[in-house]
Design a binder for this molecule. Structure first.
Ligand SMILES: Nc1ncnc2c1ncn2[C@@H]1O[C@H](COP(=O)(O)OP(=O)(O)OP(=O)(O)O)[C@@H](O)[C@H]1O
Length: 366
């Protein structure tokens, strides 16, 4: 029997690979800042590749260099060393107008557009294709309407940009990038300032755009949960100037994710892909049985209280979940206590603990 092992370092060259061409790549890219003689390097010798249809989320702790990398990839900040190539061309050799047909950029800052209406803002996305007189043709109008329909902002076309919420405005700027119709879209924190439903919607929209239009999309974000769910690939900027690239699941399984965000008081849980604010306290252990979302949220609550969930614990919390009712029981030394809310269970456990502490203090005093 023939077996083949594929590792992330293996060079795999199948006969046909969709999206095998590179929309963007870098060679030994070193990024950072040079002020007089002081050099501040934030990313060193990065070799990155982005392919058509790939949806990449750039993550990293504060100050790791996400914005610096985004600006360098978009050609608005010079690298300290190395090169950025857009479709095999050095980005700094591409004339501005030609670059605007290859790359669109959405920045975080709230755009100052005076009193422009949404439709006019979207027409700006077509300027790289406008004729000598700067006028748009019927095909441009069609592209604008279709893009607005795809992102669900059709109803705002006549509104002025400053009459929209942050989330709606962000969608307009993403639509403008779509209207610009470039094979590559780069976004710096597109979900900043948005509420949770809008953040989910923007992420979903971008992912769908990558899938349906085969555009390569890279965005920087602090939305770890959403990025882990939505990205094809995570680019993780590490505190040591390196960048690790991989499928979200690989970075979780091999511990890279945990390492990048290791911080006192925060724990990344590989089982759930989430951060825990409080580390479990080793001497508080409890057993938990049950299933479904009630089990999940009960586990979260117990861990927040500082419990470590283990089958070795003598106290057993059981969760019963049915369509109509959720119930919790605590079996402690053969005595069964019943609760109909997580809060009641937690209150009981807290009281029990303080009772134990009070008793031991009493016995020390006496
Ligand atoms: N103009 C500048 N001159 C010198 N250093 C800078 C400049 N701008 C940013 N830096 C430094 O470069 C590093 C990377 O900054 P950058 O803004 O790229 O990080 P980031 O990952 O986007 O951070 P955050 O998550 O907080 O937005 C930081 O240490 C920052 O202090």
């Amino acid at each position: 029997m023939r077996t083949t092992t594929y590792s992330s370092n293996a060079v795999v060259t199948p006969k046909v690979q969709i999206g095998s061409e590179r929309v963007l790549h870098t060679e030994k890219l070193t990024i950072g800042y040079k002020n007089k003689n002081i050099v501040r390097t934030v990313g060193h010798a990065l070799d990155l590749t982005l392919r058509p249809g790939q949806f990449v989320c750039l993550l990293g702790p504060n100050g790791a260099g996400k914005s610096t990398l985004i600006k360098t990839l978009a050609g608005i900040q010079l690298p300290l060393e190395g090169k950025v190539f857009i479709a095999q061309e050095d980005i700094y050799t591409i004339p501005k107008n030609a670059l605007a047909r290859k790359l669109s950029l959405v920045l975080t800052d709230v755009v100052q557009t005076g009193n422009l209406d949404v439709y006019t803002v979207l027409t700006l996305g077509r300027y790289p294709y406008a004729n000598w007189f700067g006028t748009l043709c019927e095909a441009d109008t069609k592209i604008i309407i279709e893009a607005a329909r795809a992102t669900g902002i059709e109803k705002y076309l006549d509104k002025q940009l400053d009459q929209l919420s942050d989330g709606e405005r962000q969608k307009v700027m993403i639509t403008r990038a779509l209207v610009q119709d470039t094979p590559l879209i780069i976004l710096d924190e597109p979900t900043a300032h948005l509420d949770l439903p809008s953040r989910v919607e923007v992420m979903r929209l971008l992912r769908t755009m990558a899938r349906q239009t085969n555009k390569a999309i890279i965005l920087s974000t602090h939305e770890l949960d959403l990025a882990l769910q939505a990205a094809d690939t995570i680019w993780l900027m590490m505190p040591n100037q390196s960048l690790i690239s991989g499928a979200p699941e690989d970075l979780i399984i091999n511990g890279t994710f945990e390492k990048a965000f290791s911080k006192t008081g925060f724990d990344f849980c590989r089982d759930t892909g989430t951060f825990r604010v409080n580390s479990p306290v080793e001497d508080k252990i409890i057993q938990l049985t049950g299933e479904g979302y009630t089990y999940f949220w009960t586990k979260r609550a117990l861990e927040r209280e500082g419990y470590r969930i283990t089958d070795e614990a003598e106290d057993i919390v059981s969760v019963q979940q049915s369509i109509h009712i959720c119930q919790w029981t605590l079996n402690r030394s053969g005595v069964v206590h019943h609760f109909n809310a997580v809060e009641m269970l937690l209150t009981f456990l807290r009281t029990e603990i303080s009772a134990v502490i009070n008793n031991s203090v009493q016995s020390i005093i006496s």
